[in-house]
Design a protein around this ligand. Structure first.
Ligand code: ADP
Length: 481
């Protein structure tokens, strides 16, 4: 794609201008625009929803395996274009090229997985209590699904919402995040080139606060799937439920990693550092609170600090870069404010703690905080930056209580060699995703993904779970005697 490219919405088979053009900024070189995008208004949203509704009955009537063939082609196109897509993803979002490439390839695998799901059973056959009655259930699409996606996984999250929605016969109106319109355009083009019919997938580029209501409350929208912040998600949920839509929310996390005294400390330090610092900590599953057995606090801290200080922070397109910039100037400001606020409350910076000097990209150095108290804001609120807060614990029970002491419940990990403790953790951790001797970030495409407590609402996404939200069940009795 060329520098000057103007990105636009794609509605009813045509690229459509919006009402306002904004630059798509490179977080590594903020003075350079990667592209610019033309933001839609509510009337374009209405066209998109109406068009998706008009396209629905034909798409629903298309045999599921034929829908799957189209998705399989889209997956192959994403794979074939993965290098170009990943480069643009890095340029507009800032994560390292290897992470961007991995994400793009996982997006392709996700789409391929849902292509295969179109061959799976979509109902159950039951014996009837009445003679001669054929009794079965079938899962049917909902209609028009609105997908609202964030910038931090700008191809994988859209893929895991759009692919199952289309596979199961829904049509989709998709609003990607304002910060990542170029990656969104790549994905849209793959679906178009694969043969998704006009109207079946509508791309609307726009500002959430300006077109959000139109996307969520339009009478022709049946369901809304949202991934993003808790503030926006909960407000959107109230509106959508009020308008009688089905709602699925994937929200934030405050994910703990517990390091017990018997853990392999090198493995634990690697997992915690990866979870806290990769993608500059901008993952809803990022490791944020590190709860460490007192007796190994010092050796663990040394290991974590050494990683924070030696992992290369820099240009995400360079091969040896491990830690990348934050997505925007606002994000950087927010993260720095958390670090300063923590210091004001008595925490100490053991590594990092500021910007990358001599660089105008949105870099924050990987940061390790000690002397953090559970009540400090940095230990309670989602930071979304490369910041690990260490909290000591005297026992597994105390560690578990600290881990669960949060309104969030997305992912939680434990480092131990003790099998019984591992199983107890799996049972008692209050999180939708639990990991032992692995970092808190995990999202394999064929298993469910989602949080509990304040980290989400509605059925989980991914794997077979996707069918539950994106279809509705019908029970059929046929007396053919
Ligand atoms: P983040 O902190 O990841 O930017 P947001 O919740 O602000 O999280 O954004 C996630 C997605 O929600 C983006 O696509 C954004 O445009 C969209 N969004 C923001 N505000 C609204 C809103 N009021 N209604 C609907 N969508 C919104």
């Amino acid at each position: 794609m060329t520098e000057a490219q103007l990105l636009r919405s794609y509605v009813n088979g045509a690229w459509r201008d919006g009402v306002r053009v904004v630059p798509d900024i490179d977080p590594t070189h903020p003075n350079e625009a990667v592209a610019s995008s033309s933001l839609a208004d509510a009337s374009l949203v209405a066209d998109a929803v109406t068009g998706a509704y008009a396209a629905y009955s034909k798409w629903r009537g298309t045999p599921a395996p034929s829908r799957g063939e189209i998705l399989r082609r889209a997956a192959d196109l994403v794979d074939g274009r993965a290098n170009d897509i990943a480069r643009d993803l890095t340029r507009e979002e800032g994560k390292t090229f290897s992470e961007a490439l991995g994400e793009t390839q996982r997006a392709a695998s996700t789409i391929r997985y849902y292509a295969a799901q179109t061959l799976e059973p979509d109902g159950d056959l039951y014996p009837s209590q009445k003679p001669g009655v054929h009794l079965y259930t079938r899962r049917e699409p909902l209609g028009v699904v609105t997908a609202i996606t964030p910038w931090n996984f700008p191809i994988m999250i859209p893929a895991w919402k759009i692919a199952p929605a289309l596979a199961f016969g829904n049509t989709v109106v998709w609003k990607p995040a304002e910060l990542t319109p170029l990656t969104a355009t790549h994905l849209m083009k793959a679906f178009i080139d694969a043969g998704v019919p006009a109207g079946v997938l509508q791309l609307v580029l726009g500002s959430g606060s300006q077109i959000g209501d139109a996307l969520v409350t339009h009478p022709r929208v049946a369901a809304v799937s949202f991934t993003g912040s808790n503030t926006v998600g909960r407000a959107l949920q109230a509106k959508a439920v009020g308008a009688r839509k089905a709602v699925q929310l994937e929200l934030g996390g405050k994910n703990p990693a517990i390091v017990l005294a018997d853990a392999d400390l090198d493995m634990a330090a690697d997992g915690v550092a990866r979870g806290a610092f990769l993608s500059a900590g901008q993952k809803c599953t990022a490791t944020s609170r590190v709860i460490v057995a007192r007796e190994v606090l010092k050796p663990f801290l040394d290991r974590l600090v050494s990683r924070a200080e030696t992992w290369k922070l820099g240009d995400p397109l360079e091969k040896d870069t491990v830690v990348s910039p934050l997505v925007s100037a606002e994000a950087r400001q927010r993260v720095l404010a958390f670090i300063e606020g923590a210091q004001g409350e008595g925490a100490r910076v053991a590594a990092g703690g500021g910007v990358l000097r001599g660089n105008d990209g949105f870099f924050v150095r990987p940061t390790v905080l000690v002397d953090v108290r559970p009540e400090h804001a940095v230990a309670r609120e989602e930071v979304f930056g490369p910041v690990a807060s260490l909290l000591p614990a005297a026992s597994f029970d105390e560690a578990l209580a600290l881990a669960n002491d949060t309104p969030f419940g997305l992912s939680a990990s434990l480092y131990t060699r003790d099998l019984a403790t591992a199983h107890r953790f799996a049972d008692q951790a209050q999180a939708g995703i639990v990991l032992v001797n692995l970092e808190t970030s995990a999202a394999e495409y064929h298993v469910p993904f989602g949080g509990i407590k304040d980290s989400g609402a509605g059925p989980h996404e991914r794997g077979k779970a996707a069918r539950e939200f994106l279809t509705q069940e019908k029970t059929v009795y046929i007396n053919a005697s």
